[in-house]
Design a protein around this ligand. Structure first.
Ligand code: SF4
Ligand code: URA
Length: 199
């Protein structure tokens, strides 16, 4: 095992037995995250939903299928990126994460970021964008005002770009949001190509 794999394995074991907030006793499965430990792009959602809680995998319900399609449109497979969430356990009825839950859980996300050391972090939706923009010293107004924009930041492992997106679940039933999300993904695809030095 590489040291990245070892660190992620240790982290997963901690998460699976974590009871740092009330959600720990309500879950069927904790959802650590999945994808490439060498990913340049780290996508961050809000929290597991019903199917994620049942399977232990991130973004495998309807929103996940849309996310897979949006990635495919820019030439990426789920295995090429890393997909995680702000919270690792499902809030009852998919309610929004509470501040104390975010505070208890985000040290795990921070460790995942430090292990993977992505060049682009794409928070999806208000919870993830709010946390990550503030984390890197930005104000965090509503996602409707920050989606599709690049925010440069200095992470412990080097420069990163924050690129907030609408949450795919929000775009499932709103055609207008879906078009915006598709446009933002195209921009994201261009950013990743430039980072790789492609024309
Ligand atoms: Fe622990 Fe996070 Fe689950 Fe709360 S949501 S029990 S902090 S893993
Ligand atoms: N919505 C999220 O924010 N995360 C998931 O993993 C699934 C749905």
């Amino acid at each position: 095992m590489t040291s990245k794999e070892e660190l992620m394995r240790e982290l997963a074991e901690e998460v699976w037995s974590c009871r740092k907030c009330r959600l720990g006793s309500l879950r069927k499965n904790a959802v650590v995250g999945e994808g490439s430990l060498e990913a340049e792009l780290f996508l961050v959602g809000e929290a597991p939903g019903r199917v994620e809680d049942e399977t232990g995998r991130p973004f495998v319900g309807a929103a996940g299928r849309l996310l897979d399609r949006l990635l495919a449109d820019i030439g990426l497979r789920r295995e090429d990126v890393y997909i995680g969430n702000i919270l690792k356990c499902r809030p009852p009825g998919n309610r929004r994460p509470r501040a104390d839950e975010v505070e208890a859980c985000t040290p795990y996300l921070e460790r995942q970021l430090a292990i993977i050391q992505p060049r682009v972090i794409a928070p999806m939706g208000n919870s993830a964008a709010g946390y990550l923009l503030k984390r890197f010293g930005y104000e965090a107004p509503s996602i409707s005002r920050v989606h599709g924009r690049c925010f440069e930041a200095e992470a412990p492992w080097g420069r990163v770009l924050l690129f907030p997106l609408y949450h795919p679940a929000a775009a499932l039933y709103a055609k207008e949001l879906l078009r915006i999300l598709e446009d933002d993904f195209r921009v994201l695809g261009g950013i990743l190509r430039r980072l790789r030095g492609a024309p």
